[in-house]
Design a protein around this ligand. Structure first.
Ligand SMILES: Nc1nc2c(ncn2[C@@H]2O[C@H](COP(=O)(O)OP(=O)(O)OP(=O)(O)O)[C@@H](O)[C@H]2O)c(=O)[nH]1
Ligand SMILES: [Mg+2]
Length: 474
């Protein structure tokens, strides 16, 4: 059986078990008048995972940290929507496919209500109403009924430029449809994209409207690996907190978190300043990684912007930001200045610099570090994709059933306690208590059954897991 088939089997098995568990929970909720709210959320998350268990890598960070620009550099294609103002509004998933197409999921009316509650809360907190003003100005209100609760839509667009326009329309904060888009999946026929992996662009973590940042926070829990983009010029306290939360979610597999210091080209003296700053970052993140090698390898300064402009220069022989490339390269000691340059006319001087930049383009690519991040992602995460996905599916399932089982135990214990307090009053209310005791006993019996059922499922799962691990080892 291939690793992929094993993953598929595990998915099917878990789906069947989850159905059984949901039925048991329903019974207990009715019998005991209790709510399994948190546990139901765990179940929901596990079902979401089982629906699409393949490896997913989230690109997260604060607004304008350069997340979308990094994705574009990775794919060598300007597909994710970027802007100087806050831009990405919904989860945008990128998957390789032989055919270019989009899958759009829209907000339900219930989600729309939640969004507006969050907007109102932000208005009270910040005493501003930017979101509302922008919404009104965009004219989105007039199309609200066309999109809210709309069923999923697949759009086939073989022409890449048309596809890019649509991606912008559905995800950019500057378009009116974006308000109603919950999630967009972009299927791209692009050889730079890894197969069987989803790379996910996310809204900024510091959006004033909590509902939007929460989309990312919730998604971080689903992702199998996370790349955190932080503007290289400042690692702020709230970003450090986010990073700590990301680490909590990956458990012991710290290698699944990479921290990118973005826009290193914007530093006055990128080479020296980033070296200095990354030492500081390492001090802060030492406890998170708890491993010297990871600390040295997984914190990387990048310039997606220089990389993408360089690619454009390589492909077309020109690019609007050639000065930035030259400045950045020279800062790293890559000399692009022509000899006797001071005597040359400006136009020739620049042409000579461009020629030199093209000749030394692989050195310039190296200092942007994009290819380094790409190969680390491939070597450490993507190449082990199915194994990581299977392990995550299993360990999260175990967490889920452990939580449910603990809850069941708590209910059982609290019912035994109520019987103990009834015992003390026996003299006064003999008959009533006899009846009550009987009732409790009945409930306890049911509870025992439930506990046993959960324990059985857990034991069965552990055995199965052991076998699977042995098989993988073999
Ligand atoms: N100089 C420089 N600018 C960059 C770099 N990466 C991104 N930028 C610029 O930073 C701005 C924000 O970039 P985005 O990629 O849209 O940032 P984001 O994190 O996706 O932002 P949101 O979607 O709004 O959360 C854009 O103007 C980019 O051109 C970089 O490496 N160097
Ligand atoms: Mg973005």
């Amino acid at each position: 059986m291939s690793a992929l088939e094993k993953l598929q089997n595990e998915v099917e098995r878990q789906k069947r078990k989850i159905e059984e568990i949901e039925k048991s929970i329903e019974t207990v909720e009715k019998e005991f008048n209790v709510k399994f709210d948190d546990e139901r959320n765990d179940i929901k998350a596990q079902k979401y995972l089982a629906d699409d268990p393949n490896l997913q890598i989230a690109i997260v960070g604060t607004i304008k940290a350069g997340k979308s620009t990094f994705i574009n550099a990775l794919f060598e294609e300007n597909i994710a929507s970027t802007d100087v103002t806050p831009e990405t509004a919904s989860l945008t998933k990128f998957k390789y496919s032989s055919q270019n197409k989009l899958l759009v999921k829209f907000c339900s009316r219930e989600e729309w209500k939640e969004l507006w509650e969050s907007v109102e809360e932000a208005e009270r907190r910040t005493k501003t109403n930017i979101f509302r003003k922008e919404f009104e100005k965009s004219g989105a209100k007039s199309i609200e009924n066309d999109y809210l609760g709309k069923s999923d839509e697949t759009i086939e667009l073989s022409n890449i430029e048309d596809l890019k326009k649509k991606v912008k329309e559905y995800t950019s904060k500057n378009s009116k449809i974006h308000y109603f888009v919950k999630e967009l999946t972009v299927y791209l026929n692009n050889d730079n994209m890894p197969k069987d992996v989803t790379i996910v662009d996310t809204p900024g973590l510091d959006d004033v409207v909590d509902y939007r940042s929460n989309i990312t926070k919730k998604y971080i829990k689903r992702a199998n690996a996370v790349i955190v983009c932080v503007d290289a010029t400042n690692l702020r306290k709230d970003e450090h907190l986010t990073i700590t939360k990301v680490f909590e979610n990956v458990g012991d597999d710290k290698y699944k978190v990479m921290i990118l210091g973005t826009k290193i080209d914007e530093k006055n003296n990128p080479k020296e300043n980033w070296e200095k700053q990354s030492k500081e970052w390492k001090k802060y993140l030492e406890d998170n990684y708890n491993d010297e090698n990871l600390l040295n390898n997984n914190i990387i300064g990048v310039s997606s912007y220089i990389f993408s402009n360089l690619i454009e220069l390589e492909n077309t022989g020109k690019c609007g930001k050639v000065n930035k490339i030259i400045e950045f390269a020279e800062n790293y000691g890559i000399n692009l200045t022509p000899e006797n340059g001071e005597d040359m006319p400006m136009k020739i001087y620049t042409e000579m610099q461009i020629k030199a930049a093209l000749e030394k383009s692989s050195q310039i690519r190296d200092i942007t570090n994009i290819e380094k991040v790409n190969s680390l992602m491939k070597g450490n995460i993507i190449s082990k994709g199915v194994e990581i996905a299977t392990n995550d599916l299993e360990s999260r399932y175990l967490n889920m059933i452990t939580n449910i089982s603990n809850k069941a135990k708590t209910i059982k214990d609290s019912n035994s306690q109520s019987r103990a307090s009834l015992d003390m009053d026996r003299k006064q209310q003999e008959e009533f208590k006899l009846m009550k005791n009987k009732e409790i006993e009945e409930i306890e019996k049911a509870m025992n059954g439930l506990n046993e059922a959960f324990e059985n499922i857990k034991t069965e799962w552990l055995n199965q897991n052991k076998k699977l691990k042995e098989a993988i080892k073999k």
